[in-house]
Design a protein around this ligand. Structure first.
Ligand SMILES: *Cc1c(COP(=O)(O)O)cnc(C)c1O
Length: 385
C-alpha cells in the first residue's frame, strides 16, 4: 500500500536519539529547551513550549487564555476533533463557523456575519481557533482584523502548517494570533513520534503554558509566595498536567528541523505534479490562499457533484483496491455522535458537509516517487474520464 503520509527518518535522526539514550537525562534535560529555542527562532516567535502532543498544546493554549465554563470557543467543522475538544476540556461551549467550499478553511465572510450576529445576541466567543487545513494558511490578516474589532482572541491550530508561510513569514510567528500550535505526529510534516509545540510572543502566556505542562509546579523563586525552604523546595501554584515532551523526542525534533524546508519544497513539487495531471478533470483541486505558501500536509481532491460519473466511495475503494492508501480528511466534527449529543445537527454547516462528501486525500510525503505518483494519477484519470 502506498501510504497517504509517512515519516522520513535519517541515520542522523537515529544517532541523535541514541545519543540521548546514552546520556544522563531521558526527560527534563537540555534537549527540550534547545528544541523550543531552535523552533521559535526558526518561525520568528519569542517563545516555544514543547508538549507530548498537539492536543495537549491546544489544551494548554485554551487554559492560558482563561477558557472556562460558560465561555464560548469557535472553530472549523472541517478539522480533526482535537481542534474542538480542547475547549470542551475546559468546560467551554463550542460552536463552528462554516468553511470556504474550495479550501475548506474558515469562510471569512461567514465569520464576519457570525461575529456581527453574536455581538447583537451578546454571545461573542472568547477565542477563535482557526485551522490551516492541509497546510494552507488561512487569511490571517483579515481574520485578525475582524477578531480584534470584536475583542476575540485567536489560536492557530497549525498542526498541518509546519513550514508553511503567510505574507513571507513562517506560520508560528504569531503575527496574527495569540498562540500557534504545531503537531509532530508521524503523518505530519516533521515528527517526534508524538509531540507538539505552542508558540507565542506573550511572556505571560508562555509562562502559564510551561507551568501547566508540568503539574503547575515551579522551582522558580520569583513565582513562589514565600521564600524557598531549601534546594529541594518547589511549589504547586495551579492544577497542571504532565504534558511534557521527552529528551528523545526533542532530539529527534531538532534533527528533523534541519530538513523541514526541504520536506515542504518536495511536498510542493509533488502537489504541482498532481495539479498539472488533473487540471482538465471534473475535480476541484487545492487552491493556495492569497499571500500564502502551503506546507502541503495533505493534497485533497474534491469530485464535482453532477460532473463526474464516479462517486467518492467508488473512487476511494478503487484506489485502495489498487494499493493506494487514500484517506478522507475530515468527517465534520459537528456530525460526530459526541457533538450531536451536544445539540449539533447534520445540515448545520452545508459547505463542510459537501466538502466531506466529495473529498479524498491522495498520498503525499517526501519519499513518494515519480513512479508511484504516475500510478496514482493514471488510476484517477481513468476513473474520472
Ligand atoms: C493531528 C492534528 C491534531 C492533533 O495532533 P496530535 O499531535 O496527534 O495531538 C490537532 N489538530 C489537527 C488539525 C490535526 O491534524
Amino acid at each position: 500500500m502506498i501510504p497517504y503520509g509517512k515519516q522520513n527518518i535519517s541515520e542522523e535522526d537515529i544517532a541523535a536519539v541514541v545519543d540521548v539514550l546514552r546520556s544522563d537525562f531521558l526527560t527534563q534535560g537540555a534537549k527540550v529547551p534547545e528544541f523550543e529555542e531552535a523552533f521559535a527562532s526558526k518561525v520568528g516567535a519569542k517563545f516555544g513550549v514543547a508538549t507530548n502532543s498537539a492536543t495537549s498544546a491546544l489544551h494548554l493554549a485554551c487554559l492560558a487564555l482563561n477558557i472556562a465554563e460558560n465561555d464560548l470557543v469557535w472553530t472549523s467543522p472541517i478539522s480533526f476533533v482535537a481542534s474542538a475538544n480542547c475547549a470542551r476540556y475546559c468546560g467551554a461551549e463550542i460552536d463552528f463557523v462554516d468553511v470556504d467550499p474550495v479550501s475548506a478553511n474558515i469562510d471569512v465572510a461567514r465569520l464576519a456575519e457570525k461575529l456581527e450576529q453574536a455581538k447583537s445576541a451578546s454571545r461573542l466567543p472568547k477565542v477563535l481557533i482557526v485551522v490551516h487545513l492541509c497546510g494552507n494558511p488561512c487569511q490571517m490578516s483579515e481574520i485578525r482584523q475582524l477578531t480584534d474589532s470584536y475583542g476575540v482572541k485567536v489560536i492557530e491550530d497549525a498542526s498541518h502548517a509546519v513550514g508553511a508561510r503567510y505574507k513571507s513569514e513562517y506560520v508560528g510567528s504569531c503575527q496574527y494570533s495569540d498562540i500557534t500550535i504545531f503537531s509532530f505526529h508521524p503523518v505530519k510534516i516533521i515528527t517526534t513520534a508524538e509531540g507538539g509545540m505552542a508558540f507565542t510572543n506573550d511572556p505571560s502566556l508562555a509562562k502559564t503554558m510551561s507551568l501547566l505542562r508540568s503539574h503547575g509546579v515551579t522551582r522558580d523563586q520569583e513565582l513562589m509566595n514565600q521564600s524557598s525552604e531549601g534546594s529541594w523546595y518547589y511549589q504547586q501554584l495551579a492544577l497542571g498536567y504532565n504534558y511534557r515532551m521527552t529528551e528523545l523526542q526533542a532530539a529527534l525534533g531538532i534533527s528533523q528541523l534541519d530538513r523541514l524546508d526541504s520536506f515542504v519544497e518536495k511536498r510542493n513539487r509533488l502537489a504541482e505534479s498532481y495539479n498539472r495531471a488533473f487540471n482538465d478533470l471534473p475535480l476541484i483541486l487545492p487552491v493556495v490562499e492569497n499571500c500564502a505558501y502551503s506546507s502541503y500536509h495533505l493534497y485533497v481532491i474534491q469530485l464535482q457533484e453532477g460532473l463526474v460519473n464516479v462517486c467518492r466511495k467508488e473512487l476511494f475503494d478503487t484506489l485502495r483496491a489498487k494499493g493506494v492508501g487514500v484517506n478522507v480528511h475530515y468527517i465534520p466534527i459537528h456530525t460526530q455522535p459526541y457533538y450531536q449529543e451536544l445539540g449539533f445537527r447534520t445540515g448545520d454547516y452545508p459547505a463542510a458537509e459537501k466538502y466531506y462528501r466529495n473529498a479524498i486525500s491522495l498520498p503525499l510525503h517526501p519519499a513518494l516517487t515519480d513512479e508511484e505518483q504516475a500510478y496514482i494519477i493514471s488510476i484517477i484519470r481513468s476513473a474520472c474520464e
